[in-house]
Design a binder for this molecule. Structure first.
Ligand code: 5AD
Length: 353
């Protein structure tokens, strides 16, 4: 078993995609040598395919209103303890000025699914961010109509993040009342068709999730030809139906990050806030086994506390300067540089590092 899995990892380094069965075995193994080799090889593939630069994405979490009642999420409407907020469009654009001054090349606009922000408001923000700062714009607004996705794209949005959360349709249905995995995948296909650099991703350690289902998550991201994927541990949120469930583990998150890097060498993979919340070394470990993106939080401090998707969310009372300062320090300690420019996906660009 050991030599078989080591051989599979070596072959992946040379470009052979893994089967779902092989990935399931790699998720499940308790062999320390395999785990270490997996992380080392993924780090090497990351170095060869996307280089040593880590790109920063300035995140603004602009509204915690949401129409979906996902059972894991701290800002679900069923959670009456949450104080709701909506930032004004001008305030959102203004919050990015400091990120622009710090030379960050991408703005990420994220919120609950909040239709108060109609087509016109979102289009206005995209245009303003482009005009004032010339930044790349990533949207993370959940499921919207095709017409909305099209209007946002025409206004200049470059990328869209929409996690599939889990590729297991039954698990998905159980966690997302009234929603289907099928519809989520339909949105992802529309985004791709409209020419967005498209990102998805899943949580790790959801109650009932298996190694097989995680292997399917990796295969799904690869086979859809996505440009970006965010992976984080499930962390129970207070006042939700899953508040007493077990957390996902750092180890399994790192295995998925590494498998993604091996199977989709050019993928943009963030070291997520959820990973940092789980373990103070989590972000840097993720960067050392495949990840190449960081997403510092530029949500004004007065709202930060209220965008609590899960308990103990990292950086929730750190200023931008503190957050950026500690990221720069961490990057130089692991020999990585800060990416310059927008940091677009290299897929299809013909650029190989
Ligand atoms: N634990 C970890 N991640 C969560 N998210 C939402 N709730 C939780 C939680 N309890 C993630 C989802 C969502 C992203 C914005 O945050 O994957 O897509």
């Amino acid at each position: 078993m050991q030599s078989r899995l080591l051989k599979i990892i070596e072959e992946a380094e040379r470009g052979r995609p893994m089967t779902v069965e092989e990935m399931t075995d790699i998720f499940a193994t308790d062999d320390e040598d395999i785990r270490r080799t997996l992380f080392e090889v993924a780090d090497r593939v990351r170095h060869k395919s996307v280089g040593d630069a880590v790109y920063l994405r300035a995140l603004v979490e602009f509204s915690n209103h949401c129409r979906n009642n996902c059972s894991y999420c701290g800002i679900r409407p069923g959670n009456r303890q949450v104080k709701r907020y909506r930032m004004e469009p001008e305030e959102i654009v203004e919050a990015l000025a400091v990120a622009h001054r710090l030379n960050i090349g991408t703005a990420v606009l994220q919120s609950g699914e909040d239709l108060w922000y109609d087509t016109g408001k979102i289009v206005w923000m995209i245009r303003e961010i482009k005009e004032r700062y010339g930044m790349a714009v990533t949207l993370s607004l959940g499921e919207r109509s095709y017409e909305d996705y099209q209007a946002f794209r025409e206004a200049g949005a470059d990328r869209y993040l929409l996690r599939h959360e889990t590729s297991d349709p039954e698990l998905y249905a159980g966690l997302h009342p009234g929603m289907t995995l099928q519809h989520r995948l339909c949105c992802l296909r529309q985004l791709k068709e409209l020419g967005y650099q498209t990102g998805s991703g899943n949580m790790v350690g959801l109650p009932g999730q298996t190694c097989l289902s995680l292997a399917h998550d990796v295969a799904f991201i690869r086979d859809m030809g996505l440009e970006m994927a965010g992976i984080g541990p499930f962390i129970p949120a207070e006042d939700t139906p899953l508040s007493n469930a077990e957390c996902g583990t750092l180890d399994v998150v790192l295995r998925e990050v590494a498998l993604l890097r091996l199977n989709s060498p050019l993928l943009m993979i963030p070291a997520t806030t959820a990973v940092a919340t789980l373990d103070s070394q989590g972000r840097q470990q993720a960067l050392q086994c495949g990840a190449n993106i960081l997403m510092p939080n530029f949500t004004p401090l007065r709202y930060r506390e209220r965008y609590r998707l899960y308990a103990g969310k990292a950086c929730s009372n750190e200023s931008f300067e503190q957050c950026i300062g500690s990221m720069f320090g961490m990057l130089s300690s692991i020999g990585r540089s800060v990416g310059k420019g927008p940091g677009h996906s290299l897929k299809g660009s013909g650029v190989y590092i």
